[in-house]
Design a protein around this ligand. Structure first.
Ligand code: FES
Length: 574
């Protein structure tokens, strides 16, 4: 289908007036031939490259591959940078800036002569931020995930990014590993270009965009260092030109059914709990009504089909060799909606023809023989989380999924760090660790501190897991019986703020219940004495963020960013 519709870039480049001179002439200083302005599709390549985002540091090469594809298909490629969010370096947390980067992507796409956009994404927040931005504009959009690192290898052992950081930290605390050994191991862990190669948030986001239909088939799992990644980038460059001609805009792809498919696929791959917050935020931009409970009702009964760390034993490289996401899509085919359209113009079932062979059933299981029968993230509710909290059962200890214990409360992250390894801390393995003020407003930015490391004295007993509760998030590479995203959060007066040492807390995952065993009357007494914390900032973006961020259950987007504004800009710059 070719609509022969006049492209929006022509509102810049086809002008016969003074503005036309301005729009064309300065572009020509880059050596662009006159025929590039003749009405061919202009393709923006939104590059999240940065040396401060190591997971995306190879993206200049990918951009070149995309450009090659765009040129081959008769388009005019223009690469542009946006704010890049590096998960490992950016303080206080990259999540604080996800919405800011999404605004950067949105306004950069809308304000420029672009007809279609390719999003180069990798590290955790670079995928949701760019997709949120693109969804708020509504042009044809394709995502090229940057690809995971190669498997980590240390002393003959396979090690996974993130997942082994927590293990090494525990081993250092218990004296099983020296500082010198740890520094050698960290080099072995990050030995190639690419993002975290566990099923952490970056891999989860790559699978998310593929299952939403925003990538070419099979794109998510290809390692960054594999030459086929560049081929995928080039083919995506060719395809986006066709998408512009077909007017295949992102809103036609991101339907309610596409989101439902993504939730089911996320459960099957054992994706990060961060998936919930990012998918909800994307849905808010495109106008799809997604509720926290949808993640449980749609994904809760889906079996775990992928044996990747942190839930399992393999890594993304193994996933690719076993067949990648098309195999998972095939195994789930009876559960996925066919009423979707992907960037190819076809649905998943049509896309994956010829890509469905599984080459290693220890990595990707058959639907009837899963690694875990029910794997999706679950939503628990109760007086401790009136709007809900989430947890990932596949990363938790089965025996702790129904547990009642005495609360040991950390009032802030600093309080936690100061006291966690104090031998005098009154705690045992049956206690429930509670961390306050790490939500969107409280920290601010909702960092990945919810998987608090256990006290050294408990680790030394050989105990690896305890129930932990907070209004923060957890790294997708982490594991444990961890209740996250408690909403409303403590900083705005949620009941989490009122928990005191010694209160009894009951978690019952089967009943989807989280209950603070304190009477309503006592909670009201405590509320009367409670004072909100001082705002973390009084100026700049952070001040705006804390005034406008929505709860975790709504995706922690800024309230005024929900929805979209289309691609029309009516006024010229001169
Ligand atoms: Fe970038 Fe994990 S730190 S993906």
């Amino acid at each position: 289908m070719n609509t022969n519709k006049k492209l929006r870039s022509q509102d810049w480049f086809a002008r016969k007036d003074k503005d036309g001179i301005i729009y064309r002439s300065w572009m020509k200083n880059q050596g662009m031939p006159p025929d590039h302005f003749d009405g061919r599709p202009v393709i923006g390549i939104c590059n999240t490259f940065s040396e401060l985002t190591p997971c995306n540091a190879h993206f200049r090469e990918h951009a070149e591959s995309v450009k090659r594809g765009v040129l081959e298909a008769g388009g005019f490629p223009v690469e542009f940078p946006i704010m890049s969010l590096g998960e490992t370096l950016l303080k206080p947390t990259a999540m604080l800036f996800r919405n800011l980067a999404s605004m950067d992507a949105e306004e950069s796409i809308r304000g420029n002569p672009i007809d279609g956009v390719v999003l180069l994404t990798g590290c955790d927040k670079t995928t949701p931020s760019t997709v949120m931005g693109a969804a708020s504009v509504g042009l044809p959009t394709i995502v090229v995930p940057g690809g995971p690192m190669l498997n980590g290898r240390y002393k003959g052992q396979t090690i996974g990014s993130g997942t082994h950081v927590w293990k090494f930290d525990e081993d250092m605390k218990t004296g099983k590993m020296t500082q010198e050994e740890c520094e050698f191991a960290e080099s072995c862990m990050s030995r190639s270009i690419g993002h975290c190669m566990t099923m952490g948030t970056a891999s989860t986001m790559a699978c998310m965009v593929e299952s939403l239909g925003l990538t070419l088939p099979g794109a998510a799992a290809i390692p960054a260092a594999d030459s086929r990644k560049k081929v995928m980038a080039q083919l995506s460059g060719r395809r986006i030109v066709e998408m512009v001609k077909e007017n295949l805009t992102i809103d036609k792809i991101l339907t309610r059914e596409a989101f439902e498919n993504a939730i089911k696929v996320n459960a099957a791959v054992g994706g990060s709990s961060n998936f919930i917050i990012h998918l909800t935020a994307i849905a808010g931009r495109i106008g799809v009504d997604l509720k926290l409970e949808d993640f449980d009702t749609l994904g809760g009964k889906i079996p775990l089909l992928l044996n990747l760390m942190p839930s399992g034993k393999y890594l993304m490289e193994d996933f690719y060799y076993a067949g990648g996401l098309p195999v998972i899509l095939n195994e789930l085919k009876d559960h996925l909606s066919k009423k979707v359209i992907t960037v190819t113009g076809k649905n998943h079932e049509e896309n994956i023809k010829g890509l469905t062979d599984c080459y290693n059933e220890d990595v990707i299981a058959r639907y009837g023989k899963p690694f875990i029968a029910e794997a999706g993230c679950v939503v628990v509710k109760g007086n401790l989380a009136l709007n809900g909290a989430v947890m990932k059962p596949s990363a938790a200890t089965p025996a702790l999924m129904k547990h009642k214990g005495r609360a040991v409360v950390f009032e802030t992250i600093e309080d936690y760090h100061a006291r966690i390894d104090d031998p005098a801390l009154d705690i045992d393995e049956n206690c429930v660790m509670v961390l306050k003020y790490v939500g969107p407003v409280g920290y601010p930015g909702m960092p990945e501190v919810g998987n608090m490391a256990l006290p050294k004295k408990i680790l030394q007993k050989g105990i690896k897991d305890m129930v932990r509760i907070s209004d923060g998030r957890m790294s997708g590479t982490a594991y444990g019986t961890v209740v996250l995203h408690v909403s409303p959060e403590s900083a705005i007066g949620g009941n989490l703020a009122l928990v005191q040492n010694g209160d009894m807390i009951e978690l019952d995952v089967e009943q989807r219940k989280i209950h603070l065993d304190v009477s309503d009357a006592e909670l009201e007494k405590r509320r009367a004495k409670w004072k909100p914390p001082k705002p973390a900032a009084t100026r700049g973006y952070v001040s705006m963020y804390i005034q406008h961020v929505t709860g975790a259950d709504k995706g922690a987007d800024l309230d005024f960013l929900q929805g979209n504004s289309g691609s029309v800009v009516t006024r010229d710059s001169h």
